[in-house]
Write a protein that binds this ligand. Structure first.
Ligand SMILES: *Cc1c(COP(=O)(O)O)cnc(C)c1O
Length: 424
């Protein structure tokens, strides 16, 4: 049966058999018991599927990953300990010393550091391109050693919208996959694979968990990218892995090749596994994701429309607000809404932003977004406080910028809170 994303949020991934627990069980076990060492040997050789050590795989995690895979319309998926680990694994699974990445420039700060600083130390180079670049400009960024293209559906915190089809065309014309971080819209509002993305990543810490409970990440592979057609670019997937008894992932696992390699090599060696307990909490969040997302979006739009009319506010950024630079792209890729994050600039710089935020009663000051509870942050006095006003302006972050993550409270209460704080 072809289920809607709403039903998948509740039921996908786990179908208990007769007499089994209704809720996903937490397999709180580091290891698994077998009757013979012959069978265990087959597990190690990837000849049989099964569990042997929770540093690599755990049944609870796999059930929840299967739900996220179903939501994204992918072929295979895995959970990771964080969104950072998800993006690192997704890239490092096909990049190595000497590789190059083309990435949209407006990405999450943590991912920017990961690619531009830490992966650079591993000998992996990057070229950042504006999400608004023309196909010609994007194509010019490719090199013979380019192995992946990366971008965020709705960028955190810039709120730019990625033209997924454009970036997919550029990636595919160079024989490499497009990896899209779909954290902000979630598969409820956008499924990048339907628009040509090959691999989707998530910080499940945000809307998927939705309650500020556990840090986590996920990777979903569409199974659509033909590694063997570009075998010379991806030897890790298309030639024998000597650390796994000469297995060739693309030959042996087909559409599961990418995720199997990431599990067998990267999880084995880096061990960035999500705890089964956190996977259980994540699944509780997923069960109501399709109910929460429309409310986040409704509240975000209501706040954006209100803020736009206020004399104390210099500008508002929200892709689904009429007149926003990304309005048309947002309508194309996310007709039902994107996310609940709004950013706006208060006149009067960081002093005005600070005194506004101090007066808020319901909306809390937090380094977090995409939670049931509304929260806000002034980058100039928190995440970007080491920058001068001039450096902030160059980075496109005015000192008076406030990033407001609308929760699922009543929108009239949120508007009233913002209104009284603006007046004060
Ligand atoms: C938060 C975030 C990340 C990093 O995720 P963590 O779970 O904090 O490691 C990556 N990408 C985006 C878009 C994010 O918002």
């Amino acid at each position: 049966m072809d289920l809607s994303v709403n039903t998948k949020c509740v039921q996908a991934g786990y179908t208990p058999k007769n007499g089994e627990p209704r809720q996903v069980p937490i397999y709180q076990s580091t290891t698994f018991k077998y009757d013979t060492s012959e069978f265990m040997g087959k597990l190690f050789d990837l000849e049989e599927s099964g569990y042997f050590y929770t540093r690599l795989q755990n049944p609870t995690n796999d059930l929840v990953a299967a739900k996220i895979t179903a939501l994204e319309g992918g072929a295979a998926g895995m959970l990771t300990s964080s969104g950072q680990a998800a993006n690192f694994f997704a890239l490092f699974n096909i990049c190595e010393n000497g590789s190059h990445i083309v990435s949209a420039s407006t990405i999450y700060g943590g991912t920017f550091n990961l690619i531009a600083v830490t992966m650079k130390k591993m000998g992996i180079d990057v070229t950042f391109v504006s999400p608004d670049a023309s196909e010609e400009e994007i194509n010019a960024a490719f090199r013979p050693n380019t192995r992946a293209v990366f971008g965020e559906t709705i960028a955190n915190p810039a709120l730019t919208v990625l033209d997924i089809e454009k970036f997919a065309r550029c990636a595919h014309s160079h024989g490499v996959p497009l990896i899209v971080d779909n954290t902000f819209p979630t598969p409820v509002n956008c499924r990048p694979i339907e628009w040509g993305a090959d691999i989707v990543t998530h910080s499940t810490t945000k809307y998927m968990d939705g309650h500020g409970t556990g840090v986590g990440g996920a990777i979903v592979d569409s199974g659509n990218f033909d590694w063997d057609a570009h075998a010379e670019l991806f030897p890790g997937l298309t030639t024998p892995d000597e650390s796994y008894h000469g297995i060739t992932y693309s030959k042996k696992f087909g559409k599961g090749a990418f995720i199997t390699k990431a599990t067998a090599q990267l999880m084995r060696d880096f061990g960035s596994i999500q705890s089964p307990q956190n996977a259980f909490y994540l699944n509780l969040g997923l069960e109501s994701l399709h109910v929460r997302m429309p409310r986040h979006c409704e509240n975000g739009l209501a706040l954006a429309e209100f803020l736009k009319e206020q004399p104390e506010v210099a500008s508002v950024t929200f892709p689904h607000l009429k007149g926003d630079k990304y309005y048309d792209l947002a309508q194309k890729y996310m007709p039902n809404g994107g996310c609940g994050v709004v950013s706006f600039e208060i006149r009067g710089g960081r002093t005005a932003a600070e005194s506004f935020m101090k007066k808020l009663r319901i909306i809390a000051i937090e380094t977090h977004v995409a939670d049931a509870r509304s929260c806000c942050l002034n980058p100039a006095t928190s995440t970007h406080r080491q920058l001068t006003d001039e450096q902030l302006a160059a980075a496109g972050i005015p000192a008076g910028l406030v990033r407001l993550s609308c929760g699922i409270e009543d929108k009239n209460d949120l508007i009233a809170d913002v209104a009284q704080a603006l007046k004060a």
